[in-house]
Design a protein around this ligand. Structure first.
Ligand SMILES: Nc1ncnc2c1ncn2[C@@H]1O[C@H](COP(=O)(O)OP(=O)(O)OP(=O)(O)O)[C@@H](O)[C@H]1O
Length: 310
């Protein structure tokens, strides 16, 4: 049986009347990168905070690294790392001082601390900034420092809550390379994001909306199993055409991409291109309609419902 890093049954958290996380079941294999994909307010942070033992659930069971949480949260704390979207280190300490401080918290002796710092400054390309105040670093450098800090004690499981919100695409790519290095070295990783390209890099993911898990699986499983066919339509008058398409019963969503419309239609239609040409006479001639491979954004749109992109 696959060893699970995280296992939850019916995990629920309410704030007053609001159900922030609603009966969430998760079975996340150890040694993988697992993503929570969802818009703002979908419950990603609330769930991560419960899994770290920082927030109590209202209902449900969870084990994290085989430990019952919240009961064994104290034992768990030393085995997990946690990086939030907000930079939570000290701006007025240098890079080195920040890491030394964290090494002290984890009780590393002077030699181990020195060795580990040297290793981390090298791995996260921080050696030439070691004496700089953390507050003066760029977004990408701060993010690398935060990851170094979160992994200083070599945790078995790393929680990353929207870790790349504040960095550019190049830094995001580099950051993901570091995550794959960590994963290969045996660290399990749970990362929340609202970026489709990040979600697509995960081994598995759950799509969350209003605290509810709408779908889960590997990106390929989700894309292959979404029950929707994706068409791209190039024709004149796209804004008007979009409105007319949205009024058709088998059309799930329509989004404009430059000079084309990306149209999600029910997967049960045997000949979706023929059907579309027949339903809208203006598409019968002159329009270009192609069936294309679904992407994760299509999955997201189709399983979070609604005919408009979020
Ligand atoms: N301490 C709190 N008190 C009241 N409501 C809260 C609290 N924490 C979260 N919420 C609410 O719970 C819902 C889920 O929030 P959560 O932060 O978990 O979502 P999220 O998916 O992480 O969103 P974001 O990307 O904005 O961080 C939101 O409606 C939020 O306003």
């Amino acid at each position: 049986m696959t060893e699970l890093a995280i296992h939850t049954r019916g995990l629920t958290r309410k704030f007053g009347e609001l159900v922030a996380v609603n009966r969430l079941d998760l079975a996340i294999p150890a040694g993988t990168i697992y993503g929570f994909l969802g818009p703002n307010g979908s419950g990603k942070s609330t769930c991560i905070r419960m899994l770290t033992g920082l927030l109590l659930p209202c209902a449900g069971d969870m084990t994290v690294l085989g430990l019952a949480i919240p009961e064994q949260a104290e034992t768990l704390r030393r085995r997990v790392g946690y990086m939030t979207q907000k930079f939570s280190l000290y701006d007025d300490l240098s890079v080195r001082e920040n890491l030394e401080f964290i090494a002290q918290i984890y009780g590393l002796n002077a030699k181990d601390s020195r060795d580990r710092l040297r290793e981390l400054l090298g791995t996260y390309e921080l050696a030439s900034f070691a004496g700089r105040f953390a507050g003066t670093l760029s977004g990408g450098q701060k993010q690398r420092l935060a990851l170094a800090a979160a992994t200083l004690h070599q945790p078995d499981l790393l929680f990353l809550d929207e870790p790349t919100s504040a960095v550019d695409p190049e830094n995001r790519r580099d950051f993901w390379e570091k995550l794959f290095d960590l994963c290969e070295a045996g660290t399990s990783i749970l990362v929340s994001t609202h970026y489709m390209d990040e979600a697509e890099r995960c081994h598995g993911l759950a799509i969350l909306e209003n605290g509810i898990k709408r779908a889960d699986g590997s990106p390929e499983q989700l894309m292959n199993g979404m029950g929707v066919t994706v068409l791209e339509v190039a024709a004149p008058g796209l804004r008007e055409l979009k409105t007319r398409l949205l009024a058709l019963e088998h059309v799930r969503s329509v989004a404009q991409l430059g000079l084309r419309l990306r149209v999600l239609v029910d997967g049960k239609l045997a000949d979706p291109v023929g059907w579309l040409r027949q339903r809208l006479p203006e598409l019968a001639t002159g329009a270009e309609i192609n069936r294309v491979r679904p992407n994760l954004e299509d999955v997201f749109v189709s399983c979070t419902g609604g005919k408009e992109l979020p």
